[in-house]
Structures are given as structure tokens and as C-alpha cells.
Write a protein of this length. Structure first.
Length: 81
């Protein structure tokens, strides 16, 4: 599974990932000015849970999807910072 959080337009990156075999988008939230911070929070949570990246910075086993979605959904539901 490849996850990514961006503050920009994700369309180009999604098409690149699709060519690499990652062709299903599970959650897409656009316009996050703190994307890098949220991405780092997800990676830290996975590391704390003992998960290791399968390839590169944002590639993890599919079993980690629930953790990532929990973090991202709570972030999206929180009042503006």
C-alpha cells in the first residue's frame, strides 16, 4: 500500500502511482496546508506500532491502512487549527 498526503493537486502523483500498480484510491482529501506534518504523524504512528516501510518512505503493508485512515479522518474532523 502506498499512502501520500499532499498540500497540492494530487492528480499527477496519483497517475504516476497508478502506472506503478497502485490503482485504487481509498481516501482523497485535498487542500491540506499541513500535509507534511500529517504525513509525518502517520509515519511516526506506524513506526511506533513496529511497522516497517516496505519500500521508500510511504509504502507499508496493507494491514496498516486502518491506522492511517483513523489518523487522517480524525485530523480532517478536528476543528481548524
Amino acid at each position: 500500500m502506498k499512502f501520500g498526503i499532499t498540500s497540492g493537486n494530487p492528480r499527477l502523483r496519483l497517475s504516476q502511482h497508478e502506472r506503478d500498480g497502485f490503482d485504487r484510491v481509498v481516501r482523497l482529501i485535498e487542500g491540506n496546508p499541513e500535509a507534511r506534518k500529517l504525513e509525518n504523524i502517520c509515519i511516526a504512528a506506524l513506526r511506533d506500532a513496529g511497522e516497517k516501510s516496505a519500500r521508500g518512505r510511504e509504502y507499508f503493508p496493507l494491514r496498516t491502512l486502518g491506522t492511517i485512515l483513523d489518523i487522517v479522518d480524525r485530523w480532517a474532523a478536528a476543528p481548524a487549527r
